[in-house]
Design a protein around this ligand. Structure first.
Ligand SMILES: [Zn+2]
Length: 175
């Protein structure tokens, strides 16, 4: 044990006590230690969510490939697409720094065009609408808010339908 150097004594005390008892109450952790503790709690929570997700989707429990905290889906590309849409930083027209045209219609390919208008995706849109209306359990107009800002109780279900729409239309990696 490193006696006499305040920092080392501090670390030793943490290592001895912290591992099985949690943080001793009389010890003031450093900022670095606090960050490590917070990160670890986040990782644990993420692993927990990931295991539930695997069980729900009949996947074998895989090792979480990344400890990056995903908010909307443990699958990185889904999480990224949803985050970008919410923040309006997609590669669709209006969010992007360049003009983006729908390859089918040759007009501006906005979020609204993709999700609500483009005739090419009518079939996927019907499926999305049916799923989202069922999740809300009341008649509603499907719009940007109902897809991207759902109430927390039904948000996971609504997001699964949005992810499916993006996958089926080929936009999951283009958003
Ligand atoms: Zn179109």
């Amino acid at each position: 044990m490193d006696v006499g150097i305040p920092g080392n004594e501090h670390t030793d005390q943490l290592a001895r006590i912290g591992s099985h008892e949690g943080l001793p109450s009389d010890l003031k952790p450093s900022a670095r230690e606090l960050i490590a503790i917070i990160n670890q709690k986040g990782y644990n929570e993420q692993d927990h969510k990931w295991s539930i997700y695997c069980a729900d989707h009949n996947l074998p429990i895989l090792t979480n490939p990344s400890h990056k905290i995903n908010i909307y889906s443990p699958i990185k590309r889904e999480d990224r697409a949803y985050s970008r849409m919410r923040l309006r930083v997609t590669r669709l027209h209006g969010d992007y720094y360049k003009t983006v045209l729908c390859p089918q219609c040759n007009i501006h390919n906005t979020f609204e065009h993709l999700f609500f208008i483009c005739p090419k995706h009518a079939e996927q849109r019907l499926e999305l609408s049916a799923g989202v209306i069922a999740a809300y359990k009341n008649p509603l107009i499907i719009n940007r808010d109902s897809l991207l800002m759902p109430p927390s109780g039904i948000a996971p279900v609504v997001r699964l339908h949005v992810f499916k729409f993006l996958r089926d239309t080929g936009y999951l990696d283009k958003i």
